[in-house]
Design a protein around this ligand. Structure first.
Ligand SMILES: [Zn+2]
Length: 283
């Protein structure tokens, strides 16, 4: 049995299910593995895809991230089901489709686009910290209900956009920007642990939440953060307020998600429906 949220799928040969997903999307896969396996572990590109027990009999689920820069092509996804006395494999195919990302030209103060040597040192240090946080793996799923959108506002559609800053081509924008009033409350998209609370050159006052099994959500350019590193948060808890700290042209929340090595659109996460019995219902 296979189900999917956030993207369409079609069954081909019984042995191999085929999914289609766009760059930056998240797929929710489930499979049935009887006989109480010790582990179910997937592989997609070079990324490990940890499966978790959904709470339904013999059902395991996993979130699979399509990185915004993954090449549009069919890619194999292998799930290894390990028993004390043996191993089974299931093969799937994900047809990655190109997303049309926008090109955004912006003009910013020169020192924000061409940081001086001291600022570059600071930026490198900060990026190393973020990398270390995202490399951490909490081996359990910390959430149960679906993901919520952290702030009410205007979604600008900036995810994946190719940016030209002061005439220079920059990296694709790896989050979505939600324009909202200064001071508007920002909520945790789901249950998790605060892994980073920092004031960084580009991202300003920043919070990164760890939801377990390689999934993180990030909240940048805050005016204030009201959580401490190591703290547990619940879905919907206020973690800070909307601001324009760091490199930002106006008050907005930069909301991003990182899933086992892939940069995915957080709105793709929020669209997923989880129907397992362990899932809490919306109030
Ligand atoms: Zn942004």
């Amino acid at each position: 049995m296979l189900a999917v949220g956030g993207a369409s799928y079609s069954a081909q040969a019984a042995a191999e299910k085929v999914f289609t997903a766009k760059q930056g999307e998240v797929l929710y896969l489930t499979l049935i593995a009887e006989g109480n396996p010790a582990s179910v572990q997937g592989r997609f590109h070079n990324r490990s895809i940890p499966f978790f027990k959904t709470g339904r009999t013999d059902e395991f689920g996993a979130l699979v991230g399509i990185d915004m820069a993954d090449e549009p092509a069919p890619v194999g996804l292998k799930a290894a089901i390990t028993y004390p006395d043996g191993r089974q494999e299931r093969l799937y195919r994900v047809v990655v489709q190109a997303e049309k990302f926008r090109v955004q030209s912006m003009t910013l103060p020169k020192e924000q686009v061409e940081p001086d040597a001291d600022a570059l040192k600071r930026i490198n240090r900060e990026q190393e910290r973020v990398k270390a946080v995202l490399a951490g793996l909490t081996p359990e799923r910390l959430w149960a209900a679906g993901f919520l959108v952290p702030v009410e506002g205007t979604v600008t559609g900036a995810f994946g956009s190719k940016r030209i800053l002061n005439g220079q081509t920059r990296n694709q924008h790896s989050g979505e920007d939600i324009a909202a009033p200064l001071g508007a409350p920002v909520k945790a998209a789901n249950d998790g642990i605060v892994r980073l609370m920092d004031d960084q050159f580009f991202s300003g006052i920043s919070v990164i939440l760890d939801h377990g099994l390689g999934l993180f959500t990030m909240y940048f350019h805050l005016d204030s953060a009201t959580v401490k590193e190591g703290a547990r948060v619940k879905r919907g808890d206020v973690i800070g307020t909307v601001g324009h700290s760091g490199r930002a042209t106006g008050p907005h929340l930069h909301w991003a998600a990182w899933l086992n090595g892939s940069r995915v659109n957080p709105f793709s996460l929020a669209k997923l429906a989880f129907s397992s019995p362990t899932t809490k219902t919306e109030p």
